[in-house]
Design a protein around this ligand. Structure first.
Ligand SMILES: Nc1ncnc2c1ncn2[C@@H]1O[C@H](COP(=O)(O)OP(=O)(O)OP(=O)(O)O)[C@@H](O)[C@H]1O
Ligand SMILES: [Mg+2]
Length: 505
């Protein structure tokens, strides 16, 4: 990394209805550095990056690239200047294949028989395959995006940003949120390679341990305001957290381990061809049971089968000792189950609807037993959760799409907390959530367990799995390969099982 400044943002402000998203923010980025942007959910990180990449227009402020002031009024402008972005939310077209998505709007052409320009398919697919190889994705560029898993979609987004010619600044808005260890390592080696080529990376993440590994300098935003820029090496995480939330968080994982009650969920020999095999486990009342594994290990698939979202071929599911078979999620909800899905934008929310409507959506019968909706009740309930989960929003009457990524997730969480489910499956409950809010969510989960709920928690955040679980199951290639109690859980041994090395430590 050199000291040469390549990008300067000066006094950037942006107002949304009811929210000052950015208030006079300035920032310098050096050539070849990984510049981390840190801040709570709703602090303004994505908004600032959307301004830089031409998605939003700033109200005021200036942008300098290589010392020259530039006007960025469209995504095209940004791309022409060599600014690429990997968005927090996926921007892929599900019914097009990988190559069509990556080369959208910049498809290679050739002269056709009549001398007119036509799409050069052969070049597009061969270039795409090459690119995928660089990124380390082992996928055919003709696969439709809708058939990809969430981690694969993320890798395609990354490849798309890297396809930009003359790349100077690469913005990554929570690129690792949906990736696990193997893919993160791959991503980090790509980042190092681009750094060494003199490309600057602006990196947004809520994972503190990542920042230490990959970041050079960190800029902290709070409530749309610039707090400061510090070098990573000389700043302990506790200091970063203090800058970010304005207070100390000492004990992030808080658990009262009580004597668990009877088995609330029992799964016997559950199998689904090509997805998972002979899965056996139980979750007792009062327990949080963690599921750790790499992406593709089958954790989400098991959860979906239990919840009636996917079919399974063999095996039994018991709730409170009673055999159940869910053909659709509504049956699982009737049996007092709830599932916080991994892919929240697609499965957990109706983003065009209001915050309050989303919160009550899975509890309509409970909240309105007579079937008559009541606006006031809806608002009261939503307001309660806005406070409880500290959702950053002007009020309960905004469309969910206008909330920041992390705050959208809190809305899904509120929705499932409201249902009064006895068996809760949380698939990556704190992904994309800032540390302050994480602490709140952990406390809430502890309270839920204490009140006798049975919680199955799928998570790729190992400290979280170890810090919160009564017991931990590790999955590898569709099978449960190990079980740990919280007393004998060790980070190294769990990872070893998760990558298929078994108990070799
Ligand atoms: N299109 C929009 N319309 C209205 N308000 C918006 C819009 N986009 C963002 N906001 C608001 O601006 C503020 C900053 O949001 P932003 O998405 O930049 O936060 P963030 O720092 O990226 O948070 P997160 O960590 O949750 O992704 C939030 O209060 C958000 O609700
Ligand atoms: Mg964001």
């Amino acid at each position: 990394m050199s000291d040469q400044i390549i990008l300067q943002l000066k006094g950037i402000s942006k107002q949304f209805p009811g929210v000052k998203a950015l208030d006079n923010v300035s920032l310098d980025v050096r050539k070849g550095e990984v510049h981390v942007l840190l801040g709570e959910n709703g602090a303004g990180k994505s908004t600032l990056m959307k301004i830089l990449s031409g998605v939003y227009k700033k109200d005021s402020g200036k942008i300098f690239l290589d010392g020259k002031e530039v006007e960025i009024n469209s995504v095209n402008d940004a791309e022409n200047l060599g600014i690429g972005i990997i968005h927090q939310e996926f921007n892929l077209l599900p019914h097009r294949d990988i190559a069509q998505n990556i080369f959208l709007g910049k498809e290679p052409t050739k002269r056709g028989p009549l001398g007119v320009k036509v799409l050069d398919k052969a070049t597009m697919y061969s270039k795409c395959n090459e690119l995928l190889k660089t990124v380390g994705i082992d996928l055919d560029s003709r696969i439709l995006v809708k058939d990809l898993g969430i981690a694969q979609k993320q890798m395609v987004e990354i490849a798309k940003a890297l396809s930009l010619a003359n790349l100077k600044i690469l913005i990554m808005d929570e690129p690792t949120a949906t990736l696990t260890k193997g893919e993160i390592d791959k991503l980090f080696s790509i980042i190092r390679k681009y750094k060494s080529m003199g490309i600057s990376i602006i990196y947004i993440s809520h994972r503190m341990e990542e920042i230490q590994v990959i970041g050079d300098r960190v800029t902290v935003l709070r409530d749309g305001k610039y707090i400061g820029t510090v070098p990573v090496k000389e700043t302990p995480p506790s200091e970063l957290i203090r800058m970010m939330v304005g207070r100390e968080i000492t004990n992030l994982y808080k658990r009262d381990y009580n004597e668990p009650g009877p088995e609330a969920l029992k799964v016997c020999n559950l199998s689904s061809r090509g997805k998972f095999k002979d899965v056996n486990f139980s979750v007792r009342r009062g327990e949080i049971v963690g599921f750790y594994g790499l992406v593709g290990a089958g954790r989400t698939e098991v959860a979906k089968a239990i919840f009636g979202e996917d079919k399974y071929d063999a095996g039994e599911i018991l709730i409170n000792g009673k055999k159940v078979k869910h053909h659709m999620p509504s049956q699982a909800v009737q049996n007092k189950m709830g599932l916080l899905p991994e892919d929240r934008r697609d499965e957990g929310l109706i983003t065009k609807m209001l915050l309050k409507q989303n919160v009550v959506q899975a509890s309509l019968r409970k909240v309105f037993p007579k079937g008559i909706l009541n606006n006031k009740v809806e608002s009261q309930i939503a307001t309660k959760y806005i406070t409880k989960l500290n959702i950053a929003t002007p009020d309960e009457n905004v469309v969910v799409a206008s909330l920041s990524g992390g705050n959208q997730q809190k809305v899904v969480l509120a929705k499932w907390l409201l249902t009064d489910s006895e068996v809760l499956i949380f698939d990556e409950p704190t992904r994309g959530i800032d540390v302050g809010a994480k602490a709140e969510i952990y406390e809430l989960m502890n309270d839920l367990a204490k009140s006798g709920k049975a919680i199955m928690m799928i998570s790729s955040d190992l400290p979280e799995v170890i810090g919160l679980s009564d017991r931990i199951y590790v999955m590898y290639q569709g099978k449960i390969v190990a079980e740990f109690s919280h007393e004998n859980a060790s980070q190294e041994r769990i990872v070893n099982f998760a990558i298929g090395r078994g108990d070799t430590l």
